[in-house]
Design a protein around this ligand. Structure first.
Ligand code: GAP
Length: 500
């Protein structure tokens, strides 16, 4: 079982301290969320699992941590200044603003499902060229008043126009707000920080192609329609890796990374039936991409139309040599400089073949927050007790669980039991996140730990004082076993697959 909808996770998150609406005491800030005590642990565990899998467990990977604010030229030559935009339309009646491509997509879906069986020609048309928001079909749908405003229901639109998604700022205390020489952006992807450091990493670490550079960090996009909890926000965290390969090897390596990444989400415990691969059609490809395959998660299981249940968790793009070339000062064959502002040529000399070339790049890019949401939704389950009470169990992979073990005294008014429980918690703490809790009866304490995904509870009882053993209770099966205190740490490490 998984969560029936995102709302279930929103309320669990707030109730149990995973995620809170940001700036709530001032009325909130649309689309901003704060991670609470359990949320920050979960995020850190997701990032740690990714870094271990992507960097530490491979021999062909390095990591970096680049700046959020980069020289503006980076965004000029990456193409983001010119093309990183969403098409917007305004409703002339209620003055609300919407993403034109999303409205068009909704409309297309609706029409498409109505004519699905009956009219193959219209179906083919809608499937192919009409995906493009600036296509004649799309413009006509707005101008001829077919598309309704989701807010007021009327059909009176402005022309679609481009809106750049990069957040702007100015550098320096004395800069005027509109001074173009002081203009800077908050990065909309971490990837560019990797491209501009390609030579630094390659030469200092004496790397040969193929190899990759990984980075985790915050990115910012002034999204037109953020929403669906932490799925789409204006400030979010990315886990990106750029893998540099010889041109000609790119297609094979791209496919390998698609399979490898799909496997990672399954390793995290996400059910394969809630994951799918999505081949981006040509009209959807970013300006740098030759081919992109997304890994989708079933974020919207409540939607009737199966196709609309899915959305992107990770994109795996073949970025070709677009970025390294774009940031290179090297002259083209005709003598024209590729980039008059860059001081470096980011090509690579292959000692073995004595060839110089611009490596192609395969890029798996995932969102930390979307991974957290997918993991929470997938782990959600419910169970009814013998007394007919509904319990929520968050069946998180032990590596991701915010708390690995809760140590609970059966009688909090018995000092010897409390002392032993506190001592056990302290001994476990260096090797796993452990908590002590005596704020309720044992049934209530178990229920609370189940709901936040703690894989094991350790109960100290009267008998523990005699036999130096405790009860270990399993979150998923509710089965209990007796374990000697002296063997407890090793027992739990093995059971929870804790790596050093
Ligand atoms: N460097 C390539 C790149 O940034 P992307 O598909 O735009 O590609 C990669 O972003 C991942 O970042 C997405 O698959 C998604 O998980 C996450 N992401 C993108 N925009 C987001 C947003 N507004 N809120 C939360 N996560 C986002």
């Amino acid at each position: 079982m998984a969560a029936p909808n995102i709302e279930t996770i929103v309320s669990l998150s707030k109730r149990r301290g995973f995620v809170f609406p940001s700036s709530e005491i001032y009325g909130g800030l649309g689309s901003a969320w704060d991670y609470g005590p359990l949320g920050v642990e979960l995020c850190n565990n997701v990032k740690q699992a990714w870094w271990r899998w992507m960097v530490h467990e491979r021999d062909d990977m390095e990591g970096i941590d680049s700046s959020i604010i980069l020289n503006r030229q980076v965004w000029k030559y990456s193409g983001h200044e010119a093309t990183f935009s969403d098409p917007l339309v305004d409703c002339r009646e209620c003055n609300q603003r919407f993403r034109a491509d999303k409205l068009w997509d909704e409309y297309r879906h609706q029409v498409f499902s109505e004519i699905k069986e009956t009219d193959p020609r219209t179906k083919a048309l809608l499937e192919s060229e009409a995906r493009d928001i600036l296509s004649v079909e799309a413009r006509r749908a707005f101008n001829d008043r077919h598309i309704s405003c989701p807010n007021c229901g009327r059909k009176n639109w402005t022309e679609p126009r481009a809106f750049n998604l990069m957040f702007r700022t100015t550098i320096g205390a004395i800069a005027d707000e509109d001074d173009p020489t002081a203009l800077a952006y908050l990065r909309p992807e971490t990837a560019q920080g990797i491209f501009i450091n390609f030579l630094n990493v390659q030469t200092t670490m004496r790397r040969k192609i193929p190899f990759g550079i990984a980075q985790i960090g915050k990115s910012f996009r002034n999204e037109v329609t953020p929403g669906n909890f932490i799925f789409r926000t204006r400030e979010f965290e990315q886990m990106e890796m750029e893998y540099f390969v010889r041109p000609g090897e790119d297609e094979r390596v791209h496919q390998e990374w698609i399979d490898y990444c799909f496997g990672w989400f399954k390793q995290l415990g996400i059910s394969a039936s809630n994951l799918r691969l999505y081949e981006q059609p040509k009209e959807e490809l970013a300006h740098y991409a030759k081919r992109t395959v997304d890994i989708h998660y079933r974020f919207f299981p409540e939607r009737e139309d199966e196709d609309r249940q899915w959305d992107e968790l990770m994109g795996i793009a073949n970025r070709t040599d677009f970025d390294l070339k774009a940031h290179s000062k090297k002259p083209e064959e005709d003598g024209k400089r590729l980039n008059p502002d860059s001081t470096e040529d980011l090509s690579y000399f292959d000692e073995a073949t004595k060839e110089r070339y611009y490596p192609y790049v395969i890029e798996p890019a995932a969102g930390v927050n979307r991974t957290v949401l997918a993991v929470l939704m997938d782990a959600y389950s419910e169970r009814t007790t013998d007394k007919g009470e509904k319990r929520v169990i968050l069946k998180l992979h032990p590596a991701l669980a915010p708390i690995k073990v809760a140590v609970l005294p059966l009688a909090k008014n018995k000092p010897e039991i409390v002392a032993l429980a506190k001592c056990i918690k302290k001994e476990l703490q260096p090797s796993m996140r452990a908590v002590y809790d005596d704020t309720g009866g044992i049934g209530k304490l178990y229920a609370r730990q189940d709901e936040i995904g703690t894989p094991a509870c350790v109960t100290v009882d009267h008998q523990s004082l005699e036999d130096e053993a405790v009860t270990v209770r399993d979150r998923d099966t509710w089965e209990q076993e007796r374990v000697k205190v002296a063997e407890l740490s090793e027992h739990l490490k093995k059971r929870l697959e804790i790596k050093c």
